[in-house]
Structure formats: C-alpha cells, structure tokens
Ligand binder design. Structure first.
Ligand SMILES: Nc1ncnc2c1ncn2[C@@H]1O[C@H](COP(=O)(O)OP(=O)(O)O)[C@@H](O)[C@H]1O
Ligand SMILES: [Mg+2]
Length: 369
C-alpha cells in the first residue's frame, strides 16, 4: 500500500496518507481513530471489514447527523504492480461499490484477486474460547487466499441450506425437491470441507516447524464430514451426507440448520510444545498462537502469489511479552510484510521504530514522525 484516501469514513471527514512499503505503527490515545483506519483498509478485501459492520454504520456521523456515503481509495501492490482500488457505499443504497484502476467491478469478491488483507483484532483474542462460528470464519478467510472458489462454494451451500429450511418449515412433502437440495448441500459441503482441510494442512505443515519465540502450533479441521473424507472416497461421502440429511429432516426443520456439514465444523488448534488445546493456553500464549498462524499464512500466500499480503494488527502488543513482541517484529521484517500495527503506547514499538513508519494519530489527524 502506498497511498490511502478516506472520505466520510467514521471519524475521518477526509484523510490522505502517503506511506512506503515498510511496516506502519499507528499510536495515539483511545478514540483517536486507529482502529477506524485499519477498518478502512480492511474494506480493500471482500466482506464486511474487520468490525463486520453494516455499510451505513460506517458513514461518518457529525452532531448526530450522518454524512457520506463513505469511500476508501488506495494504491495497492499486486502481482502486476500497483493498482488503484476504490470502494465505498453507493449513494442512497446499502450496496458496496468497487473500482479497480477506475473501472467499476460487479462485486467485491474480485478484490481478492488484487489485494490480500488479513487482520487480527482484540476481539479475536478470544477466538479459541468462543463458539466454533468465529473459528470457522477465521479459517474461511485464510482459505480465500488459496482457494479461489471458496467464497462462491460457501454461498452456494448457504443458498441450498436456506431453501431446504424454507421447504421444511412449510412442511413440504415435495421429497424430490428436498432430495435435490440435500444433494446440492452434500456436493457444496464436501467442496467446503475439502478447501478447509487443504488450508489447514498447508498451515499445519508450516507451523509444525515453529519459529523463534512463537510456539509451534498444530492446526486441523474437526468435523464429521471431514472425518469421513479422511477415511473414505468422495463418492461414498456424498451418498452418506445426503442420506443423513434426508434422515434428519424433522430435527433440521426445528433448528433451520443442518445436522452436519460446513456449519458444524471447527478449527482445532493445539499448542504443540505443551500438547494442549489452544483454549487451555494462557491469554498471551493464545495471542502468540494466533500471530503464528497469521504470519505462517502470510508467508505461504507470499510464496504462492509473489506478493506479501497486508496485515492489520490492531492493539497487537496487548498480552505479548517483550520476547513475543521481538519475535513478531523480526517475522514482519523477515517476510517483508507491510504490517499496520496499532497501540496506545509508542514505547511498545521501540524495537521496530527504526525500520517502521511511526504515525501519531490524534482526533482523526495523522502525523508521521
Ligand atoms: N460512524 C462514525 N462517525 C463518527 N465517529 C465515529 C463513527 N464510528 C465511530 N466513531 C468514533 O471514532 C472514534 C475513533 O474510534 P477508533 O478508531 O475505534 O479509536 P481507537 O484509536 O481507540 O482505535 C471514536 O470516538 C468513535 O466513537
Ligand atoms: Mg482501537
């Protein structure tokens, strides 16, 4: 990323920031606009950004009145050099607009071809302690970088799931139609499971080595369908999957979900050296595990695409001891990643201040120092 321009984005009426390829440290008091700027950068990738906000929520509010619509533009280094990405909310609509080099794009999913943006937020510090949904979302975002069709496959599975739920709620007896939807769910569900398994295996192979102070981690996808895929051929799994869905119509009618498949899987992470599930590691150890996974993913992506992804690491120093901080900075340098790191305390970044761009943030004003 070389240039960022924000318009009516949360507390920023207008901002233009020029940066080099080096890491960026944003420091300043609470409420200054650090997370808002990282959120703006997260909209350079598909999806709802790092706060999973609704588009209208992001419009700047002044004296209780919304301004906007918001917009973010940036020059981003892609495989074929710098591209200009622009995105924002369409005026008068709850729809996202995307332009690449000035050309309007049909959907935000194309952004994944141009920019790889990953993030860790303080909310994700609880990733290993919360329900499986947040871990699945985390794994799916990691998979997007390697599996170009993954977002579409997930959407196709969800469509079939929702149509089946509607039929079941309507007490439909159209078993042929239900059966067809269940076969579609099995087909897409297996594709989702396969992409997730491949992603976890890639990460696991890289993480098993461990690196410096970061703990070695083991990563796998846990789930019934994943277990079947491990043990037997895909054709048989497809039949079994569809048969289980057909046998569970009464149950699934009540929940609106499905007894097995993508919404039932989990990302299982272990602290390898201590042979413990991540949830039982200390808060700081969990943070180090998350960083290790995020950096291993960035390294794999850089190898696959020839361009390092951009990482947004909000309040990244929280819970990290000096050794883990040093390890983070060393990895960011080694991988040549433009990591955007934020924190309230500038001193925590002293060890990287010499090679990073230090930017003071105060009430939506940025001062490079
Ligand atoms: N839509 C919005 N319009 C105007 N201000 C907003 C909007 N959303 C959030 N803010 C304000 O932006 C300020 C900076 O937020 P944030 O970037 O999260 O701070 P921090 O620097 O602590 O990360 C906060 O005071 C927040 O209330
Ligand atoms: Mg913040």
């Amino acid at each position: 990323m070389r240039r960022v321009v924000l318009t009516d984005f949360r507390n920023y009426p207008a901002l233009a920031l020029a940066v080099e390829a080096a890491p960026v440290v944003l420091f300043g008091p609470n409420g200054a606009g650090k997370t808002n700027l990282l959120e703006a950068l997260s909209f350079l990738s598909p999806g709802r950004g790092l706060r999973r906000a609704r588009l209208a929520e992001v419009d700047r509010v002044q004296a209780g009145a919304p301004c906007g619509p918001w917009a973010v533009a940036a020059s981003v280094a892609g495989p074929a050099g710098l591209v200009e990405i622009g995105t924002g909310r369409a005026a008068g609509a709850d729809r996202r607009l995307v332009r690449v080099d000035g050309l309007p794009q049909k959907s935000a999913t194309v952004l994944a071809e141009w920019a790889q943006v990953g993030w860790l937020t303080p909310q994700m510090d609880r990733l290993f302690l919360e329900g499986a949904g947040v871990r699945r979302r985390f794994l799916d975002r990691l998979a997007f970088g390697f599996e170009p069709g993954h977002a579409e496959t997930l959407a196709a599975y969800d469509r079939a799931l929702r149509q089946r739920a509607l039929l079941l709620q309507g007490r439909s007896l159209d078993t042929a139609w239900l059966g067809a939807l269940e076969h579609a769910m099995a087909e897409h569900g297996i594709a989702v499971a396969t992409a997730r398994r491949r992603t976890a295996r890639r990460l696991d192979a890289r993480l098993a080595r461990g690196r410096d102070a970061f703990p070695a981690a083991r990563v796998a996808v846990a789930g019934e369908v994943e277990g079947w895929l491990e043990a037997t051929g895909e054709a048989e799994v497809r039949e079994r999957f569809a048969a289980r869905l057909a046998g569970n119509r009464a149950c699934d009618a009540a929940t609106g979900g499905a007894v097995l498949g993508p919404p039932r899987s989990d990302l299982a992470v272990r602290h390898a050296a201590r042979d413990l599930p991540a949830a039982q590691a200390s808060t700081g150890e969990q943070k180090a595990l998350l960083l290790a996974i995020t950096l291993a993913h960035a390294e794999l992506l850089a190898e696959a695409r020839g361009v390092a992804p951009i990482l947004l690491l909000d309040e990244v120093a929280a819970h990290l001891d000096a050794e883990n901080r040093a390890c983070l900075f060393a990895e960011v340098r080694r991988l040549g990643i433009q990591a955007w790191m934020s924190g309230t305390d500038r001193a925590l970044f002293a060890a990287i201040a010499g090679t990073a761009q230090m930017v003071a943030v105060d009430r939506a004003n940025l001062t490079p120092c």
